[in-house]
Design a protein around this ligand. Sequence first.
Ligand code: NAI
Length: 688
Amino acid sequence: MSIVTDIRGTAGVILIDRVPVNAINHDIRSGILDALAELAGNPSLDRIVLAGAGKIFAAGADAGEFSKPPTDPGLPKVVAAIEASSLPVVAAIRGACLGGGLELALACRWRIADQTAQLGLPEVVLGVVPGSGGTQRLPRLVGMETALSMIPQGRSLKAAAACEAGLVDALDDDPLKAACEADLAAALARPPISAMPRPLAAPEAAAAARKTAAKKMRGQRAPAEAITLVELTADTDFETGLAKERACFLELRSTAECAALRHVFFAERAARPPASVKAADPQSLDKTVVVGGGTMGAGIAYALMQSGSAVTLVERDDEAATSARARVSGLLDAAVSRGLTSADKAAAQLTSMRFQAGYDDLQDGGLAIEAAFEDMAVKKDVLAALDSAMPDAVLATNTSYLDIDKMAGWLADPSRLVGLHFFSPAHIMKLLEIVRGKASSDMALATGFALAKRLGKLPVMVGVCDGFVGNRMLQRVREAAEHLLLDGAEFTQIDRVMTNFGYAMGLYMTQDLSGLDIAWANRKRQADNRDPNRRYSRVQDEMCAAGRLGRKSGAGWYVYEDGAKPVPNPGVAALVEAEAERHGISRRPMDDDAVLNTLLLALINEAAGLLGEGIAGRAADVDLVLVHGYGFPRFRGGPLFHAHQIGIATIHEQLKELEAGDPLVWKVAPLIEQLVADGKGFLDQDAK
Ligand code: NAI
């Protein structure tokens, strides 16, 4: 079912019924047109009410239609028909009224919403501008400044704010009933939005919106185009503005940017457990245990507490338990100062959380997550203690790199261990790698997915290897960058090409921020297994040994002085030169394109390795990990989407060239060879 009509008193109701989100597709559009024609001819009616079935109005156009040619009737035709209807149309709004949904509502003469309503035009998030009058009607209704604060960032307003802004005319707990019965005198006393006076220009608000777009959505076209279209309303008649908007929408929907953003959007929606895991019953998460209350453990415990779980945090001694408590308390204080919670509630939450040394009284917890030091001996002690203290729980490790299968072997029942790899800060970052060990049961994995849902995280299931998906790729790109430095690139150049590509921060600036010592410890751990023939740069090790650990030590790749902008560390050049000399390399300047391409090829080849080995299940999963955990620009879609766009044959050819220069480091992943032979791309794999 897509459109349902009904008569209520003197109102003809058109219900958009495509639950759960009432996405507007061809059937909805033509159904609305038919219903309008049918109801307008009914002489006993004095209005038409447009509403959504279920809990929402309409979440927007069906993004699945974006990649297909537009079909008649398009949304602009429906919007125009609503506005031109001989009976006034009233929108009754619950929940999401977004994108095309709001464009329908803006064509109505009156908008009544309940408290759950959320109204906005988030099209830029998918790389397009509104295409059915949103940029032209919204400023005429709410003014230029409000429209500029919404459309270019895809920001929506909740019911009360929308009412205050004039976007919603009335609030009512039963908007459908209210819309059927409301006195429409005021609505009919004003013209439809397209005939309202032009809004006043707001050059300062436009400049501010441009600045925000340049900062938060750097490199993307849609936000800037949206600003221009909104500004147009101050001095352009409605029809001209509408035509420009439509042309811009149609052009943008076929850009690579739009395709990339859609890819990530659909990948996010597809991030669900496989069938066998879905069928398993997860453990209860009402009582949980976190072991280790450092950077990660405190964040995880805080997130669990916010989700309503009764958390016990276990530390190695009383002093460490007190420090862990202070860390969680700090997170609560930050939430209070940001207005996310009240001081009273925060204090009550802290009191209700248990902090203890040792493993007493944990037996009724459903899940324990260990976030102790990244050290196998420590992990062994912790898991042995949990094995006897919580015989029925699912046990999870937050390890970044270590072998989960080995850890599982220490347990009486290895099937109850999974990896739950959070990202820092754990209470904020959405990504959660759910690591499936060889023995992990479906129930243990289902508990990981249930946890992701409860905490609002994005789950991606991965297999066991050193670093799983994200950190293994990070290590590879770091290695590629170190080699580029030895060959002649500059670290500032690497950071620059990455930010130009769309990263918020380059590799070296990021390393300084997180501290060079973490990767150093990891390289020491891996030293025994490193192939002595593989080119290894000691530059970072030497920096670490000299105490240059990044921002926290005042210097790393950059130098940090209080209040000043970081400047490149002049000491790096000599270290790099000396290391290049040790390798017998005479450094030569490299151009930016070559540097960027090499970094991307390293990511792509490693990702292909992960897919081929089955560590990652889908190309889209790799992209999600890189976009959500490692700053890969969302509007580029992720490394494998990017590779797919370039074409597997080109990627293969370029990798082959690199392989010829250094066969050990650049060995082409077998999956790439296979895809070339089959004439397929990375994303075709996912469609299987
Ligand atoms: P951290 O050093 O900040 O905290 C570790 C905590 O574990 C300390 O509070 C320590 O007292 C406690 N601890 C150590 N041994 C213990 C034991 N036997 N029993 C109970 N508690 C014990 O370390 P961080 O950064 O929080 O890392 C924890 C784990 O999370 C590591 O496995 C790390 O690889 C992983 N991880 C770290 C990320 C990061 O960005 N820092 C990101 C993702 C994972």
